[in-house]
Write a protein that binds this ligand. Structure first.
Ligand SMILES: [Fe+2]
Ligand SMILES: [Fe+2]
Length: 165
């Protein structure tokens, strides 16, 4: 039997990962509307990654004989001011997720759930990468300022993002 507190917290995190996927899809739609296909592609990949995170947690619960309870997913923001504003809110969202993962990790340590600790270490490492990649795009967009040609160069670069690592 899985610890109920841990099980509930992982169920909450599954919903959070699906929300992140939904949010990035919303951002993808914004970029498509701006004809920034590279940014849109990057967001599409990002949405896929978040869905994979949700499934990783879900499979973990199944393997442990826990109960998966899918929850309602909140409606994501749909209006964005600029590419920079989108990437800033993507970064802010990742920072929020990092905090949630850390809280979840603290819980599984307190509950002495060792398999969950090992599984969540993957997420801790992943969050470092997630914050770094969103942060780098924020930095590059800030440097680009009002330069349309730099924005298009960045768009071309982001369009080359490969599938899930
Ligand atoms: Fe995630
Ligand atoms: Fe993420």
């Amino acid at each position: 039997m899985m610890n109920t507190k841990v099980q509930n917290a992982i169920n909450d995190q599954i919903a959070q990962e699906f929300f992140a996927s939904y949010l990035y899809l919303s951002m993808m739609i914004y970029f498509e509307g701006q004809s920034l296909g590279g940014f849109a592609h990057w967001m599409r990949m990002q949405a896929e990654e978040e869905r994979a995170h949700a499934l990783k947690l879900l499979e973990f619960l199944i393997e442990r004989g826990g109960r998966v309870e899918l929850q309602a997913i909140d409606k994501p923001a749909a209006d964005f001011e600029s590419p920079l504003a989108v990437m800033q809110s993507a970064l802010a969202h990742e920072q929020k997720v990092t905090k949630r993962i850390t809280d979840l990790y603290e819980l599984v340590v307190a509950e002495r759930d060792y398999p969950a600790q090992v599984m969540l270490q993957w997420f801790i490492t992943e969050q470092v990468e997630e914050e770094a990649s969103a942060g780098a795009i924020v930095d590059q967009l800030t440097l680009a300022g009002d330069s349309g040609s730099t924005l298009l160069m960045l768009d071309a670069k982001l369009g080359q993002r490969a599938g899930m690592e």
